[in-house]
Design a protein around this ligand. Structure first.
Ligand code: GTP
Ligand code: MG
Length: 193
């Protein structure tokens, strides 16, 4: 897809703040620092439209990016950021859950994990939640630049064996750093929007 005019539209923490024009939404989910905001920038070819940081806990609200009035990327705060106070973790967890359960124009969850690490217990909880709620999902194994190219495919297989032994969900590698595997990912996203 060639993106021409991506715009940050709004940050939200409750339903009456969500955009109300009913465009399809493609939602970035995953632990803190895994590369959700970087993913948005990579796919739309902008350096810093979505704010990123080497420190976990950068994104604290639901951020809606309007992609050429065709769909939204919705960038969520990550989970598992231990420096966030317990109160704030609970608050953030609640508005993420509210969004995922109530929003009916979610067309796809892009669930991002780190290709180098086995899924955390929070990853497993989130994955199970997505599947139980019948949300359409693909899994991106990000930071593929961090391992040898010859190991990428087998590592993606390993991660799928852990989370999705039935192999009915698509698992693909990704790298924002090297901007590789973006074509495949666009092809998949386009099927859902
Ligand atoms: N090597 C490598 N680094 C990456 C990649 N994607 C993201 N990063 C780095 O990982 C760090 C975190 O990226 P973010 O995009 O801010 O992560 P996030 O998931 O949005 O984090 P939160 O907002 O805290 O939930 C930054 O330093 C990025 O440069 C990648 O594909 N490869
Ligand atoms: Mg972020």
């Amino acid at each position: 897809m060639i993106v021409k005019n991506p715009k940050f539209e709004i940050s939200a923490v409750k339903p009456n703040q969500y955009p109300n024009n009913n465009l399809p939404e493609v939602v970035l989910v995953g632990k803190s620092n895994v590369g959700k905001s970087s993913f948005v920038n990579t796919m739309i070819n902008r350096k810093n439209l979505a704010r990123t940081s080497s420190e976990p806990g950068k994104t604290r609200q639901l951020n809606f990016y309007n992609i050429d009035d065709k769909f939204y990327f919705v960038d969520l705060p990550g989970y598992g950021y231990s420096k966030m106070s317990k109160d704030e973790q609970v608050k953030v967890g609640k508005f993420i859950e509210e969004y995922l359960t109530k929003r009916n124009n979610i067309h796809l969850i892009v669930f991002i994990i780190d290709i180098r690490h086995d899924p955390t217990s929070n990853d497993k909880l989130m994955y199970d939640y997505i599947i139980k709620n019948n949300l359409p999902c693909i899994v991106l194994c990000n930071k593929a630049d961090k391992i040898a190219p010859s190991k990428v495919d087998s590592r993606v297989q390993e991660l799928q064996n852990i989370l999705n032994p039935l192999k009915d969900i698509l698992f693909i590698p990704f790298s924002s750093e090297k901007k590789i595997y973006t074509e495949n990912t666009w092809k998949e996203i386009e099927k859902y929007i």
